[in-house]
Design a protein around this ligand. Sequence first.
Ligand code: TLP
Length: 345
Amino acid sequence: MKRLIDLRSDTVTRPTAAMRRAMAEAEVGDDVFGEDPTVNRLQERAAQLFGREAALFVPSGMMGNQIALKVHTQPGDEVILEEASHIFNAELAMMGAFSGVIPRPVVTERGFMRWEQIEPLIRPKVYYYSQTTLICLENTHNFKGGSLYPFDWVCEIIERAHARGLRVHLDGARIFNAAVATKRSVKELTADFDSVMFCLSKGLGAPVGSMLVGSREFIEKARRVRKMLGGGMRQAGILAAAGLYALEHHIERLKEDHENAQLLAQELRKIEEISSEPVETNIIIFSLTRTPAEKLVAALKARDILIHAIGPQKIRLVTHLDVNRSDLLSAARAIEESLQNYQNY
Ligand code: TLP
């Protein structure tokens, strides 16, 4: 069977044999009663890694983000977030539909707001204005190419937001990529956020699941909201075991994904039609000057290589556990040949 090279996302990874064994052997119970020992262990481990009081296992990153929004806000509040962020772009306007809040998006170059851009958007505390209650940040930033939030910008935003009585949530779907790339612990990178969501099912390689971490009070409220959304799971220890395995074995190896992304970017830079954005972690975004992105997607699909168009002439590639150097060299070659063929039509 021909090997499929799937570069659409780091969500496509499949559990390894060792991870599957850990899943098969997991001790389980009913987590809606709080009785699944493996889920409880995963939650304790996540809280410990992030230096927090508590954590909650949720089915997806989106559910984690939306639970945090619901807990931190009241209907009619305003939320300041970046214009290309996942919460604003790829979560089906759920912040409006479920929490009844209004987004105040800020346009940035690499996905990162500065305090000076946020401050003018905060509503004065006057009774006839809606109130700003929450700021959401994303690190690494997905649609800006896995970029890394400058640490001092984050610290300044949190400190000043707290001084104004605002809360700050982190969409840290790929925070472990940020930790490995910056050589700072997740605890340090996320220290003063009021809540953090991170995904087990992306670069960490678990099949399903994300986590929310925060104070005990926040997590107790989050558990109720998870249930409102139908996210109360039963013998979820089978899935939590994969998460525990990922936290134990798959963090350090993210370095390989970053090195592989550099290798791929370097090969792509040799192709005349491609202009690529800076690559900082495991995501590569590039633009095409002539060829429509969908044509390239189709040409590569015919060669068993899957890539993702994120705009009419924009492509995103993501490196992960299930692709190696030789896959990436083959992909770069296939991209080059396909673009040449397209020009020859
Ligand atoms: N991102 C997915 C797609 O939805 C685009 C991907 O392939 O990258 N926050 C960020 C920053 C994300 O990148 C994602 C997923 C989520 C939240 C949502 O996680 P899930 O898919 O578990 O709901």
